[in-house]
Design a binder for this molecule. Structure first.
Ligand code: PLP
Length: 286
């Protein structure tokens, strides 16, 4: 396999960065994960708009135009054999001479790293045979700017680990009694045939998959609301889903060891999963 680092493609074991990189010292950087199906980037512009926003929010200079980013992503996909891959893209503020919390002045060149990962076949690809996943609820212990796709993921990592140790695959987070999102996903519930997802704010990452699900529901006249979800509504929901770029839409069939609805992937999930997969195939083939 090949990765990209600061202007060159290379084997992963050839890629070296300084321990004085602010990504290493302060987790001072941002990232994106962009899926490609059949080697075709999916929702590329939406991911790049979010990348540009994350960089601007933490004042890192964007080293590339959108077309340059596209070319780098496509070259990396090609060099890794194409097919279904995710592109991981990270930009840190760069390597400094001394460890200082304040930004280096004058600024240094940002560090750019990219690699690909395999994408497992998502549940949404086969709605009729999907088995669903388990989740637990945990307190959202993260910072107040979860809308920035920061590489500072220690709380997310600790929360996900707690879920895994409880035999679940995701932690659904609660702040002041309301659902925010998952440790690496957005959350949807279905109550009386209406789909509900929390509104975008500084408390959640504006998921590209989340936005597409909302868009698809609206265009197919499936009732969907963006509003806060109190904990008791989460517990009583007929369906719960979590969404992310590499896992698409995953039905949660158990919450805190209690069945969600009848304990199987729900009918509304099946309908929306089909729309999602049709949309993906129209854009990327397969
Ligand atoms: N929320 C968090 C905290 C995430 O880390 C992610 C993605 O990994 C998401 C939501 C889902 O975002 P997207 O659909 O853009 O992958």
């Amino acid at each position: 396999s090949q990765v990209y680092l600061n202007g060159a493609f290379m084997a992963p074991q050839e890629a070296h960065i300084s321990p004085m990189d602010r990504g290493f010292l302060f987790a001072d950087g941002i990232y994106e994960v962009i899926p490609a199906y059949n080697g075709v980037l999916f929702r590329f512009d939406e991911h790049l708009i979010r990348l540009e926003r994350s960089l601007a929010e933490i004042a890192i200079h964007n080293p590339h135009s959108r077309e340059e980013w596209r070319h780098l992503c496509e070259t990396l996909i090609e060099r890794n054999g194409g097919g279904n891959l995710s592109v991981y893209l990270q930009i840190s503020r760069g390597a400094t001479e001394k460890r200082d919390h304040a930004f280096p002045n004058p600024p240094v060149a940002p560090t750019v790293f990219m690699m690909t990962g395999a994408i497992a076949i998502p549940a949404a690809d086969s709605p009729d045979t999907a088995s669903g996943s388990k989740a637990i609820t945990l307190d959202d212990i993260r910072w107040a700017r979860c809308d920035i796709k920061s590489i500072s993921l220690l709380p997310n990592s600790l929360l996900r680990q707690q879920a895994v140790e409880a035999g679940a695959s995701e932690a659904i987070l609660l702040r002041d009694g309301f659902v925010t999102e998952g440790s690496a996903s957005n959350v949807f519930v279905v109550i009386a045939d209406t789909i509900i997802t929390p509104p975008k704010s500084h408390a959640i990452l504006g998921g590209i998959t989340r936005d597409l699900v909302v868009e698809l529901c609206r265009s197919h006249h499936i009732p969907i609301e963006e509003r806060e979800i109190p904990e008791n509504q989460l517990r009583q929901a007929d369906e719960i889903w979590v969404t992310s770029s590499t896992k698409e839409i995953v039905p949660i069939i158990q919450l805190n060891n209690a069945p969600v609805g009848d304990g199987k992937p729900g009918q509304v999930w099946k309908k929306v999963a089909r729309h999602y997969v049709n949309f993906k195939r129209r854009l990327c083939g397969q």
